[in-house]
Design a protein around this ligand. Structure first.
Ligand code: B12
Length: 276
């Protein structure tokens, strides 16, 4: 992007006084203007978008230092949920590690968790999967995007500790490696007051059942991304039925249960009944 705006033009476009712009630049490194041969600053449209983005965060109550960290140093600025989603897909296509991380973090920090999962991260991954299947993205780009999302979700999961509603054990059915939907479910359950034991990919049913028993869990939830892996669980459940004290179900695109919010509400009702 050509840098043609001087500092007063940037002030005029954004309404932010030039002293403030210089301070943000110096202290937080949020703008990197070009210099004319005479040493005068020249800003680009990207700088305008970055200042607008920072202003929006300050209106939401962020401090400038926090907002600057969240903005990161990428070459794109996403102002809406749609721009965040498209930005993540574009960053994967450009193999832009830093932009991917910044946009995923921004999506989680700036929107409600379920909104971020259902309107940004999930749809972005689905589009990335379609582009991979069509040969437009390679495996490394798809892995980069899914690993970035997975890392951000795992961080969220390790942040909160509660257990008011009881313990839920979460695992992928045997053979299943798609775990991001389950991680989202884990984060939402945690923020709804559950203690979550997250086991992740490809877990034998009998082992998950044994752990649930040991932890005194009241729910054991599996994820299955395909009909085949979901069917394997049905067989196991028939062969080894869970105790009546344990609610067991499977969700994910290989099953009829894909709605995360509804499943959280379902478990909440169960715990309310158990505690009443
Ligand atoms: C990332 C990814 C991977 C990663 C997974 C990394 C990880 N650690 O999770 C890796 C690289 C391992 C992978 C492997 C494979 N993948 Co893949 N993968 C994807 C991709 C791009 C994104 C999946 C994802 O995370 N989506 C986002 C989440 C949020 O969506 P979701 O899983 O549908 O979950 C939602 C709901 O179902 C629900 N949910 C999920 N689990 C649960 C559980 C409960 C209890 C509840 C209530 C709800 C719930 O919550 C979510 C919110 O909406 C998809 C593309 C796509 N369309 O999804 C392909 C995709 C799923 N993969 C596909 C394929 C073919 C494969 C492989 C067979 C490829 C191969 N040849 O090796 C292997 C299979 C591995 C295995 N044994 O499981 C196909 C599946 C085709 C089909 N219909 O079966 C897809 C659709 C790509 C495509 N367009 O072809 N993959």
């Amino acid at each position: 992007m050509p840098a043609t705006l001087n500092i007063s033009a940037l002030t005029q476009r954004t309404g932010v006084p030039s002293d403030t712009i210089r301070k943000w630049e110096r202290r937080y490194g949020v703008l990197h203007p070009d210099r004319t041969p005479g040493g005068q600053r020249r800003y680009s449209e990207l700088d305008v978008a970055r200042v607008e983005w920072l202003k929006a965060r300050l209106r939401e109550g962020f401090r400038i230092g926090e907002a600057a960290v969240l903005l990161g140093g990428g070459h794109t600025v996403a102002l809406t949920v749609d721009e965040l989603r498209d930005g993540i897909v574009a960053a994967a296509a450009a193999s832009d590690v830093e932009a991917l991380r910044d946009l995923v973090d921004q999506s989680i920090a700036l929107t409600a968790l379920d909104e971020s999962f259902l309107r940004v991260l999930g749809p972005a991954l689905a589009t990335i999967g379609e582009r991979w299947a069509a040969g437009a993205l390679n495996v490394a780009q798809e892995h980069l995007a899914s690993a970035t999302v997975r890392t951000a979700l795992q961080k969220l999961l390790s942040d909160q500790r509660t257990g008011l509603r009881g313990t839920a054990v979460l695992a992928c059915v045997p053979g299943e490696r798609h775990e991001i939907g389950l991680l989202m479910f884990a984060v939402l359950l945690r923020s709804d007051g559950w203690q979550v034991a997250y086991l992740g990919a490809d877990t034998p049913y009998a082992d998950a059942l044994e752990l649930a028993d040991r932890l005194g869990a009241s729910a054991l939830c599996f994820s299955a991304a395909s009909r085949e892996t979901a069917r394997a669980l049905d067989g196991e459940l028939l062969a080894r039925p869970p105790p009546a004290s344990l609610t067991v179900f499977a969700g994910g695109s290989g099953t009829d249960r894909t709605d995360l919010r509804r499943a959280v509400a379902e478990l909440r009702r169960l715990s309310d009944v158990a505690q009443s």
